[in-house]
Design a protein around this ligand. Sequence first.
Ligand SMILES: Cc1cc2nc3c(=O)[nH]c(=O)nc-3n(C[C@H](O)[C@H](O)[C@H](O)COP(=O)(O)O)c2cc1C
Length: 220
Amino acid sequence: MTHNRCLGSPPLRRTAGLARVNRMPDKSLKVLAVVGSLNKNSATRVVINHVAAELASQRCAVDVLDFLHQPLALYNPDSAHQLESYSPLKERVEHADVYVLGTPDYHGSISSALKNFLDHFWHEFAGKLFATIVASHEKGLTVTDQLRTVARQCYAWSLPYGVSFVDREDVREGRVVSDALKKRLDMFIRDVRVYGELLAAQRRADLSGTDAGFLARLRK
Ligand SMILES: Cc1cc2nc3c(=O)[nH]c(=O)nc-3n(C[C@H](O)[C@H](O)[C@H](O)COP(=O)(O)O)c2cc1C
């Protein structure tokens, strides 16, 4: 599996300037931005790509994972870890300090595409930050809460709020159009960067230290 730089279709072209993970200095914040919709005209993808491009312009190393372009087999605990595609994906997940997770609201829940991705991993998420974006006509609060539950189960942190938006109002023709969403995303991007860096530094210190703490169990 190669890293998806999303250079193909028009809404994704905006991310052409995304920092390549391997070229970034080690100290930059590493963000894995996940598009949890398989819809080819997905509003979630537009917003994720907007956030990814902004974070890249603020010197973060951003990797966009889009299952439309890189399908991920349904998680099977007996075989998933043996698939050829698993190791490269695991590397990308391990490499990240922050996960920006985008999903549509499906019946008050996260999408199966995003859930499937999350099911493949757990301790890789420990001590890292989840930051969530939900496309919903109803604020997506239950969806946000579900992602917070996954974060807690995996010993990950989550931002104390989520972003939600309404597809046809906030996003049009492959762009974020509403000032309200742009403003909220500016705050989100700033918080991802600032809290992501703080948590990543503490995680590194905890992994190399000797203190008691929840990350002690992940020391090598
Ligand atoms: C199967 C399905 C279930 C949905 N359930 C809800 C729902 O419960 N609440 C809601 O607000 N929107 C619901 N929607 C609407 C989507 O969340 C909405 O259209 C979203 O913007 C789609 O995101 P996307 O363009 O990134 O795929 C549903 C859509 C589908 C296809």
